[in-house]
Design a protein around this ligand. Sequence first.
Ligand code: ZN
Length: 149
Amino acid sequence: MSDLRDLYQEVIFDHNRHPRNFGKLEEANRFAAGHNPLCGDRLNLYLKVEDGVIVDARFEGVGCAISTASASLMTERLKGMRVDEAEVLYGRFHELLTGSAAADDTASLGKLNVLLGVKEYPARVKCATLAWHTLHAALGDQEKTVTTE
Ligand code: ZN
């Protein structure tokens, strides 16, 4: 597993050890659960949406360092973001990680760029995208339980 050590950059390490926005959000009005069977990552995502704006976001779950850091970084970024902007960000993040977007489109991701390192490890890409698939489910009308498989 030593090749994975490069992935655990300072930010990812920090967000895994001290996840931001961790815990249940009682006043949430959007919810979805995500599962990545490949790695065993599970998370529940809670959003509070008012007038098309995500005013609060929290998550809880059990997963590897990358899935936890991704959810932590994502919830941090989502607060104050419009729902349509969040959907655009979801799409861009997913495209960048799965390789279908131009590499020069990374500036808009800001801090989320630290997660793009997992591109080198295809098996871990789903760990990084799990929170985002769960976000997409929470914002949409589809099934509220998503799986990466
Ligand atoms: Zn994982």
